[in-house]
Unconditional design. Sequence first.
Length: 245
Amino acid sequence: MRHEKRGNLKMATPHNAANMGDIAETVLLPGDPLRAKVIAETYLEDITQFNSVRNMFGYTGTYKGKKVSVMGTGMGCASIGIYSHELIHFYGVKNLIRVGSCGSIAKDIKLGEIIMAQGACTDSNYAHQYQLPGTMCAIADYELLKTAQETAAEFGYPYRVGNILSSDIFYTETPEWQQWAKMGVLSIEMESFALYCNVARAGVKALGIFTVSDSIVNGEELDAEARQNGFTNMMQVALETAVRI
Ligand SMILES: O=P(O)(O)O[C@H]1O[C@H](CO)[C@@H](O)[C@H]1O
Ligand SMILES: O=c1cc[nH]c(=O)[nH]1
């Protein structure tokens, strides 16, 4: 663990080779660094790559004329905790939009639907560092959420807004998800709680948007083509949100 003060003017961090100014104020954050590459190459113009440390690829380009970056975060609260902290505190990033996959735990959610995480529950102890005298309620930025919701509605894409679970556990022998489902939680992913905590502590903005890639309720999974289309809808919503805010 380390305190964040940086003792010199060299802008690269242990995990990010970018210099100040290389990264846009708005960054899209998929867990998978190769998805960051695909997003940059598919949707952005005039791209430059600012990071390949640990193969955690990061790119900056433009979308509809606005400077936007995209960078992988890795999996789990610990990993996104590091990358988002550096983006916020060392590179001045103000809007962090996670674009991920998730598993639904609500019976009526269909594969390929978009879920926007109004709140993120967790089984992680990430918030322990803040020494809070209670339980952190980790929430999305309202303006980002409102803009994304309006965009999805305008485009006619199926979407849901609600609570999700950011879990430290991908493989489990016990069906804890059923307890979360009883609390109205829509789906499970692994990073948004830490992201929402980091932005709350820093006074900047975040939103998690997800494509439902599989159902934990009935074991269904998107096939490759449907997965691609679903991710396309999510990316259009995220990029349009980046332009409109
Ligand atoms: O598709 P990404 O963004 O990686 O998100 C989900 O997929 C990974 C697990 O397969 C976890 O990172 C989870 O949050
Ligand atoms: O974290 C995740 C992501 C997709 N599907 C899951 O079941 N969990």
